[in-house]
Design a binder for this molecule. Structure first.
Ligand code: ADP
Length: 250
C-alpha cells in the first residue's frame, strides 16, 4: 500500500508541475501575441505609414485594441493570482442577486441590441438575498453573459432565469449560440482553455473568464455548472446559497 501511495504522490506532484509549466507557457504566449502585433504596426507607422492619415488611424485603432486586450489579460491574471493566494478582501454583504444581474444586463444591452439578439429575463419579484461580494458577483455575471453574447450569432436568443429553491438562488444563462463539443466540457473551466483559440481572440477573449467565475462562485460556497450542445446552445447555471428571510431580520 505504501508504494502505491508514493507512486500516486509523485504523479500528483508531476501533474501540478506540468500544469504550472503549461500555465507559464500560456501566459507568455498570450502576452507575446499582442506585443508582436503592436510592435509591427508601430514599426510600419514609424517607417512612413504615418503620412497617410487614414491608414495611420486604422493602425492606431489596432494598437489601441491590442493594448486593451493586454490590459484585460493582465487584470484577469492579477485577479486569479489574488484568488489563488487568498489575498482577496471579500466585501461581504447581504445583496439581491437579481439587482446585480439587471445592472449587468443594462450595461450589455447596447451590445446585445446591436447584434440583433433577443434577451429574455425571467425572474420572480422577490429573490432571497445572498451573502456576497457585490462587485465580484457582478464580474461573474458579466463574464458569463458576455460569453453568451460573444458565442451567439446575430439574431440569437439569450435567456436569463432566476429561481429561488431550497435555500439557493439559481441563475441560468442560456443561449442559442454555437455550443461547446461534449469532449471539451470537462476542461472548460481550466485557465486558458478555449474550444477555438482564434475565435476567442477575435471576440477579445482571454480564456480566463470562466475560471475566474468558478473561483469566485466556489469561494461563496456556490456551484457553477455548464451544459451545452453544438449548434443548439449553452447553459451556464450558478447556484449560490441564499440567506433565509428569517435570518435577515435581526
Ligand atoms: P474566453 O475569454 O475565451 O471567452 P472563457 O474562460 O470565458 O474564455 O471561456 C472559455 C471557452 O469556453 C471559450 O473560449 C469558448 O470556447 C467556450 N465558451 C464559453 N462560454 C460559451 C458559450 N456561451 N457558448 C459557446 N462557447 C462558450
Amino acid at each position: 500500500v505504501g508504494h502505491i501511495f508514493v507512486f500516486q504522490d509523485i504523479t500528483k506532484q508531476q501533474r501540478l508541475e506540468n500544469m504550472r509549466k503549461e500555465f507559464v507557457a500560456n501566459v507568455s504566449h498570450e502576452l507575446r501575441t499582442p506585443l508582436t502585433t503592436i510592435k509591427s504596426y508601430v514599426e510600419t507607422l514609424i517607417s512612413g505609414a504615418m503620412d497617410e492619415k487614414e491608414i495611420a488611424q486604422q493602425f492606431m485603432n489596432v494598437i489601441n485594441d491590442e493594448t486593451d486586450r493586454m490590459t484585460r489579460l493582465v487584470n484577469n491574471l492579477l485577479e486569479l493570482s489574488r484568488l489563488d493566494n487568498k489575498q482577496v478582501k471579500w466585501d461581504m454583504k447581504l445583496i439581491d442577486a437579481k439587482d446585480v444581474l439587471i445592472n449587468v444586463v443594462n450595461k450589455m444591452d447596447m451590445n446585445i441590441k446591436r447584434k440583433n439578439q433577443i434577451l429574455i429575463v425571467n425572474t420572480p419579484d422577490k429573490v432571497p438575498e445572498i451573502f456576497a461580494d457585490r462587485d465580484r458577483i457582478e464580474q461573474v455575471f458579466q463574464n458569463i453573459l458576455s460569453n453568451a453574447y460573444k458565442y451567439t450569432p446575430e439574431g440569437g436568443k439569450i435567456y436569463l432565469d432566476v429561481e429561488a429553491a431550497d435555500n439557493i438562488v439559481r441563475i441560468k444563462f442560456r443561449d442559442t449560440g454555437i455550443g461547446i463539443p461534449k469532449e471539451d466540457l470537462p476542461r472548460i473551466f481550466e485557465r486558458f482553455y478555449r474550444v477555438d483559440k482564434t475565435r476567442s481572440r477575435e471576440m477579445g477573449g482571454t480564456g480566463l473568464g470562466l475560471s475566474i467565475a468558478k473561483e469566485i462562485i466556489e469561494a461563496h460556497g456556490g456551484k457553477i455548472l455548464i451544459d451545452s450542445e453544438v449548434g443548439v446552445g449553452t447553459t451556464v447555471t450558478l447556484e449560490i446559497p441564499a440567506v433565509a428571510a428569517t435570518q435577515t431580520i435581526k
